[in-house]
Ligand binder design. Structure first.
Ligand code: GLP
Length: 241
């Protein structure tokens, strides 16, 4: 695992975007696993800038997002499909047909089919991840076991409260999500996890300095061969250097 600590969010975003663009330059039809939340937004802005300047083209890239809220239509203001269109896809030369976000109306069978689609596309070359304050990746909440494939998840109260800032009221935050499983994420050839801000510091510490346990889902990444972690100073504050 390579861990980089950046002085601020801008420098982290440039480094993360450079890594993603580098993979696309090397393999123009790369399969990217993408994440939502506030952390990746500056990375997507930087990728859009690079695409505008002609530094990188996404014309042949395929993307698979980690997760979606159950019950939200793709055009709902808080759906992750809408987030991806607004933050990235509308600003780059990607073919919309090559972008995939799990359906918020998926049943268990449709969720499992998402993994098959990813495999049929050749598997994920780079999976981008954020981290929840409780250590979740995708929407894989602390649990008794590491989940395997894409599945429907019950969101914890703490995750619903953390994400309530995007909704008008806490009651509007969905109670479930469809999420790639830990197994799906671990099958990616490379993983890039990004975390910024002090509210991620304890999750980052437990992920990197604690035991590997499904109670801290991100801790599983220690078992993957090609993981890069990019942090800002605030998120790295509690690490044993
Ligand atoms: C959501 C997403 C995660 C994301 C997390 C942190 O729960 N499902 O993929 O990593 O939020 O989001 P943020 O970057 O806004 O802190």
């Amino acid at each position: 695992m390579n861990i980089y600590i950046h002085p601020n969010e801008e420098s982290l975003a440039s480094a993360a975007a450079a890594m993603i663009a580098g993979i696309v330059m090397e393999k123009p039809d790369a399969v990217l696993g993408l994440a939502t939340g506030s952390t990746p937004a500056p990375v997507y802005r930087e990728l859009a800038r690079m695409a505008h300047r002609g530094i990188v083209s996404f014309a042949q890239v395929r993307t698979y997002n980690l997760d979606e809220y159950v019950g939200l239509n793709p055009d709902h203001p808080q759906s992750y499909r809408r987030y991806m269109n607004e933050q990235l896809f509308d600003h780059i030369d990607i073919d919309p047909a090559n972008t995939h976000v799990p359906s918020g109306f998926a049943d268990a069978g449709m969720a499992a089919a998402y993994d098959e689609e990813i495999q049929a596309a050749g598997g994920i070359d780079l999976q981008l991840l954020g981290i929840g304050r409780n250590g979740h990746i995708g929407f894989n909440e602390p649990a008794g076991d590491f989940s395997r494939l894409t599945h429907i998840v019950d969101l914890t109260d703490s995750t619903r409260q953390a994400n309530a800032r995007f909704f008008d009221r806490l009651e509007d935050v969905p109670r479930q999500a469809v999420s790639m499983g830990i197994g799906t994420i671990m099958q990616a050839r490379r993983i890039l996890l990004i975390a910024t801000g002090e509210d991620k510091a304890s999750a980052v510490r437990d992920m990197l300095n604690g035991a590997i346990t499904p109670r801290m889902p991100a801790s599983v990444l220690s078992l993957h061969r090609h993981v890069t972690v990019m942090l800002d100073n605030d998120a790295a504050r509690l690490l044993n250097h």
